[in-house]
Design a protein around this ligand. Structure first.
Ligand code: KIV
Ligand code: NA
Length: 264
């Protein structure tokens, strides 16, 4: 009944086992995913859009993500909780990365952190790992850099292919325990996976990675729009719309509350 650890993740890779990761941002859904057996939960900076209503991940801050991380950590027992370090909270220096990651571990209760970038953050990854903080890397489409990438599009095509491969290797060399590959051609993701000894986690990266991650609101059909690589396993938007309409109709008609839902 202990939590999943980075050692378990390494052993899954050795056994060739595939595993799922979902995002989580609040107590009740984190508990549901934990009890459903999802081994790794990411408190993603995608909270910027799905929790806070921003247009990108750039505006979201440490102070906004910390309480969500703490809620997820408090309400789960088994999952490894990974906290995303938000934009501009780690790029400045190794010291800045360490200070930020420490807050997510101490105040947020996370067991690992994730940050975006390859070679450009290798120093930070090394510093965190030597301080005892497991780090998940993230290359390919790195949404915190949307303003330099010029939009959300497939990465690692043409010349960028070798650079992406080198970035992923650099992360492994710096001590990352896993690497997210976002929006890269399936065949490149497979090649990265073969060349690394730590597990890869794909999103829009085909079926050749060790693990797969989706934003839960996308996976469960709550997000109004989703990328083409997202599969929806439920239709929560419809379910909640029906529930809200039924409640509203019954209130207007005077059918709720009935005697069963009242104190006599
Ligand atoms: O913030 C997030 O949800 C992520 C995953 C999609 C990898 O970084
Ligand atoms: Na993220």
């Amino acid at each position: 009944n202990r939590r999943v650890t980075v050692r378990d993740i390494a052993q899954a890779r050795e056994r060739g086992e595939r595993w799922p990761m979902l995002t989580a941002y609040d107590a009740l859904t984190a508990r549901v995913f934990d009890e459903a057996g999802i081994p790794v939960l990411l408190v993603g900076d995608s909270a910027a859009m799905v929790v806070y209503g921003y247009e990108s991940t750039v505006p979201v801050t440490v102070d906004e993500l910390l309480p969500l991380t703490a809620a997820v950590a408090r309400s789960t027992r088994r999952a490894l909780v990974v906290a995303d370090l938000p934009f501009a909270s780690y790029q400045g220096s190794s010291q800045q990365a360490l200070d930020t990651a420490a807050r997510f571990m101490q105040e947020g209760g996370a067991q690992a952190v994730k940050l975006e970038g390859g070679r450009r953050v290798a120093h930070q990854v090394e510093a965190l790992v030597s301080a005892g903080i497991p780090v998940m890397g993230h290359v390919g489409l790195t949404p915190q850099s949307v303003n330099t990438l010029g939009g959300y599009r497939v990465q690692g095509r043409g010349d960028a292919r070798e650079r992406l491969l080198a970035d992923a290797k650099e992360l492994e060399h710096a001590g990352a325990f896993s690497v997210v590959l976002e929006c890269v051609p399936a065949e490149l993701a497979s090649q990265v996976t073969e060349q690394l000894s730590v597990p890869t986690i794909g999103i829009g990266a085909g079926d050749g990675t060790d693990a797969q991650v989706l934003v839960w609101q996308d996976m469960a059909g709550l997000s109004p729009t989703t990328a083409s690589f997202v599969k929806t396993y439920a239709n929560l938007a419809d379910t909640l719309t029906q529930a809200a309409r039924s409640f509203a109709d019954e209130v207007v008609a005077g059918d709720f509350p009935d005697s069963e839902h009242s104190f006599t």
